[in-house]
Design a binder for this molecule. Structure first.
Ligand SMILES: [Zn+2]
Length: 123
C-alpha cells in the first residue's frame, strides 16, 4: 500500500503519485488525525484476563489505542469461582498500530504463564 499524505487516500503499490493531488505517494501511512474511523484488527487472543489487563496497560503507556473484548467477563459472574481457563479475550488495536503493538505484546505473552497452561485436567 502507498498513501497520499495530502488527501490521505490509499493506493496500490504500482501507483506512484496521487491522481487527485499530483504528489508522490509514500509508503508510510499519514498519521491518524483521530481514531474515529480506525480500522480495528485483532492483535491476538489472550489466554486470561490477567494478561489482558497487563497488556492493555502496556499499550496505554505506549500511547497505542486499544480495546479488549472480554468474552470471559460476563461468564465470569455466572461461573464465579470456576476456572477461567479456556475462556479467552481478544485484543484489538488500530491496523496501523498492529506491528508496533505486537512487538510490545509478544514478549510478554510468550513468557511462561506458569499456571493453568496444562495439567489442569484431572478426572
Ligand atoms: Zn491525494
Amino acid at each position: 500500500m502507498k498513501y497520499c499524505h495530502s488527501c490521505r487516500y490509499e493506493f496500490h503499490d504500482e501507483v506512484d503519485e496521487c491522481p487527485d493531488c499530483g504528489i508522490p505517494l509514500r509508503e508510510d501511512p499519514p498519521a491518524p488525525e483521530k481514531y474515529k474511523e480506525v480500522e480495528w484488527v485483532m492483535l491476538r487472543q489472550l489466554p486470561n484476563p490477567i494478561y489482558a489487563e497487563m497488556i492493555k496497560e502496556v499499550l496505554d503507556n505506549e500511547g497505542i489505542p486499544n480495546y479488549l473484548s472480554f468474552d470471559f467477563m460476563s461468564s465470569a459472574f455466572i461461573l464465579r469461582g470456576a476456572s477461567l481457563v479456556g475462556e479467552s479475550g481478544k485484543l484489538f488495536v488500530p491496523k496501523e498500530f498492529r506491528e508496533e503493538a505486537l512487538e510490545l505484546v509478544n514478549p510478554l505473552i510468550d513468557e511462561e504463564p506458569g499456571e493453568g497452561e496444562s495439567g489442569e485436567q484431572e478426572t
